[in-house]
Design a protein around this ligand. Structure first.
Ligand code: 5FX
Length: 531
């Protein structure tokens, strides 16, 4: 095992910094994690962020992310993580957040001195001390400007993969440029969280990768080049400050000597472009070809899809460049009403018991006799439904106040998966198989309805820390491309990785019932969206 090669994945998320080391057999040999609130209390963050008084602005201090690197690497060394065997590092950053580097930052990066901490050496590097992060929603004005300039929300989606969203980096840049033109002027480089962490590793400005670059409302998702009109709408000379976008498997440099001397890395270790947390999760869930989709069932439900051809939409989801296949795309669709809503129905109709829930499910048939329900406990993102409530319709489409418990427990699951099928279909997701992850994926009733609604087999497997693990897989993938001096398909790199377990195959007759329900579901949904 002494000549074993290792691959390191780092994940700088909203709440902390994680590391996962894998070997070439995809085994995780070491993990570590630190939490910003508790491990770096001096920054006084709450969940890794500062929530400002206006209720809309949310920022994090970039120097905290630097301090976290010092701390994590020191901890890894103290724990004797075999860092000397690491041949490639890649990583993940919370999407959309921006890091503003002033003149002089590049020199600080290039000249990193192992006798000092990163924190000391980067203390003067930032022109903006509070980086806006993805939880920020203070840029509605800038979003409207961008949509007006580019010809409307659908036009912005067609070009950049998503309509203008408040958290997307271009709109954040526009706000900072308008509010603090001096700070903007002082800035030499604007990085994403992902490319900033990579910059610290290579000791230079590391480029933004195409997949995370898709979360900015600035990049053409087809050409992977900046859209000049969008840049001009946000701020002057922006192309220069952002640098060129690179494919996600690109080696962005050798690990800086700072880490070889200080932490025992080998001097030949390379760094593969970092990307966003969702793109890395796609890799971590081992989605490898068009038609592979994953549904993460958690507090909120998230659908990840590997797409050959996207159809961006102003009303649902996001299209990003694919992080493991430069000519493909990925889709991300988020639902706010996930497990908490399912559990609410369980508590109301099945005495809080999943066993009773499953028994009730056996008393109704797929399609629920035509009854359809919309369970909007939280304002919904997909589609946008701000008015909360439970909206129930009988088989003739007439609103009703309540359902019998056995109808209610089925209606919430069927409604959620019909919605996913309909909205995912709208942006080009055509599932061939589904990987269900997250807490509710162990629930047979849930995966049965999922499989029947989509008409494809459902596999299950919990993949905790999928962004860190996906980063390690991408390090391995990027390294293979370097060694073979050409692009190696991700699926080839991952061959031999453990398979997920098949939980259920679709029932053909149930699937055809759901096919017949889709149009009616979409029609009722339109009414609810319209209020
Ligand atoms: C995706 O668009 C998001 O805003 C979040 O999932 C962040 O990436 C979380 F870090």
């Amino acid at each position: 095992m002494s000549d074993e090669r290792l691959f390191l994945g780092l994940d700088s998320s909203t709440q902390g910094l994680k590391a996962a080391l894998i070997n070439s057999s995809f085994e995780v040999v070491y993990t570590s994690a630190l939490n910003f609130d508790t491990d770096l209390p001096e920054f006084k963050t709450d969940g890794g962020a500062h929530h400002h008084e206006d209720g809309l602005t949310v920022t994090s201090p970039p120097i905290m992310w630097v301090a976290a690197m010092d701390k994590l690497f020191d901890r890894m060394k103290a724990e004797k993580a075999p860092l000397g065997k690491v041949v490639a590092i890649s990583g993940s950053g919370q999407q959309h957040g921006s890091v503003w580097l002033r003149d002089g930052a590049r020199d600080a990066l290039r000249g990193l001195d192992p006798a000092k901490s990163l924190r000391e050496q980067m203390a003067e590097a930032f022109s903006v001390a509070d980086s806006p992060i993805w939880m920020d929603s203070s840029t509605t004005e800038q979003c409207l400007m961008l949509e007006e300039k580019l010809g409307g929300p659908q036009k912005v989606a067609d070009l950049t993969g998503s309509r203008a969203y408040e958290r997307f980096t271009g709109n954040q840049i526009a706000k900072i440029h308008q509010a603090s033109p001096d700070k903007y002027k002082e800035t030499q480089c604007i990085s994403l969280v992902s490319s900033f962490i990579a910059s610290m590793l290579v000791g230079d400005y590391a480029p933004i990768d195409a997949s995370d670059g898709s979360g900015m409302n600035l990049m053409n998702i087809r050409t992977k080049k900046w859209v000049q009109e969008a840049l001009d709408c946000c701020a002057p000379d922006l192309a220069f400050k952002l640098g060129d976008v690179v494919p996600s498997h690109t080696p962005v440099g050798k690990l800086h000597a700072y880490y070889t001397g200080k932490h025992g890395f080998d001097s030949s270790c390379i760094v593969i472009a970092f990307s966003g947390d969702n793109p890395n999760s796609l890799a971590g869930l081992r989605l490898q070809k068009a038609g592979d989709i994953a549904i993460s069932l958690g507090t909120s439900d998230t659908v990840f899809g590997f797409l050959a051809e996207p159809t961006p939409s102003e009303s649902e989801g996001h299209i990003f460049a694919n992080p493991v296949a430069p000519d493909a795309y990925m889709a991300l669709v988020c639902y706010k009403n996930g497990s908490l809503t399912r559990e609410h129905v369980r508590d109301q109709s099945a005495n809080g018991s999943w066993e009773e829930y499953r028994n009730l499910m056996t008393k109704t048939k797929p399609g629920n006799g035509g009854s359809i329900g919309f369970y909007i406990k939280e304002p919904e993102i997909t589609p946008p439904i701000l008015k909360t409530g439970m909206f129930r319709f009988d088989q003739s489409g007439k609103p009703v106040d309540s359902f019998a418990p056995e109808v209610e427990v089925r209606a919430v699951l069927e409604g959620q998966f019909l919605s996913m099928r309909s909205h995912c279909g709208n942006i080009g997701i055509k599932p061939a198989s589904i990987l269900a992850t997250g807490g509710a994926s162990v629930n047979e009733a849930v995966v049965r309805v999922m499989s029947d609604v989509f008409g494809v087999p459902v596999f299950v497997g919990d993949q905790p820390d999928s962004a860190a693990l996906g980063s390690a897989y991408r390090a391995l993938h990027g390294w293979r491309c370097v060694v073979e001096e050409s692009f190696v398909p991700f699926a080839e790199t991952m061959s031999g990785a453990p398979e997920f377990k098949k939980a259920v195959d679709p029932d053909k007759s149930a699937h055809s019932v759901y096919n017949g329900m889709l149009a009616k579901y979409a029609e009722l949904e339109k009414k609810i969206v319209a209020g």
